[in-house]
Design a protein around this ligand. Structure first.
Ligand SMILES: Cc1cc2nc3c(=O)[nH]c(=O)nc-3n(C[C@H](O)[C@H](O)[C@H](O)COP(=O)(O)O)c2cc1C
Length: 186
């Protein structure tokens, strides 16, 4: 059985570079993993009053999709040196119920991309800290940032060989982590 990888983009933009890179990975790893994208468009703003046993439908779907995944790949733009509000909002929903979040123990590969040469590195540091706070398992490996992304995405796919190669090594590390966890659980 192929491992299930949930891909989440912190950008809702139709022409998002981050989403395009995730779509590229889904295609490139199709033979060895089932990578599916969970769009965050329908996830409402976090409201603790709505965070009950019957949360909004999109939130329940997000939590379930995370629970059913063996691992996650999360990509985000950097907005004003932090992760996008869209992504932080989704992670706040996903972090609950406290102590029973479906993200707990989940291996996560993160990357950021930006037209700036800094590639969103500052946002990624914050993203990994949030994932640690939730109890997810962001991979301990060299950070993947894609600077000048607008020059590297063509026709909605990552077209830069060197970047793709580095990114793919990250996905292979994620798949190795999934295999290790499966072996330990067997
Ligand atoms: C509100 C806002 C704030 C931004 N702040 C940053 C920033 O701090 N650092 C950066 O590298 N790019 C910044 N950008 C540019 C984004 O990296 C760029 O719009 C990127 O393409 C968004 O990602 P996407 O293509 O996946 O939608 C900002 C863009 C917006 C709209």
């Amino acid at each position: 059985m192929k491992p299930k990888i949930l891909a989440i983009s912190g950008s809702l933009r139709r022409g998002s570079f981050n989403t395009a890179v995730l779509a590229t990975l889904a295609e490139r790893f199709a033979a060895v993993a089932e990578v599916s994208l969970f769009p965050l468009n329908d996830v409402p703003l976090y409201d603790q009053d709505l965070d009950s046993d019957a949360p909004p439908a999109a939130v329940a779907a997000l939590r379930q999709a995370i629970g059913e995944a063996d691992a996650l790949i999360i990509a985000t733009p950097e907005y004003n040196y932090g992760v996008s509000g869209v992504l932080k909002n989704a992670l706040d929903w996903a972090s609950r119920p406290y102590g029973r979040s479906t993200l707990v123990g989940k291996p996560v590969l993160t990357f950021t991309s930006s037209p700036a040469f800094t590639g969103g590195a500052r946002a990624q540091a914050g993203l990994n800290e949030t994932l640690h706070a939730i109890g997810a398992k962001p991979l301990a490996r060299p950070q993947i940032v894609i600077g000048l992304v607008h020059e590297k995405v063509k026709d909605d796919r990552l077209a830069d060989a060197a970047t793709l190669s580095f990114l793919e090594s990250g996905v292979r590390d994620l798949l190795a982590e999934v295999a290790k966890s499966a072996k330990a659980a067997a």
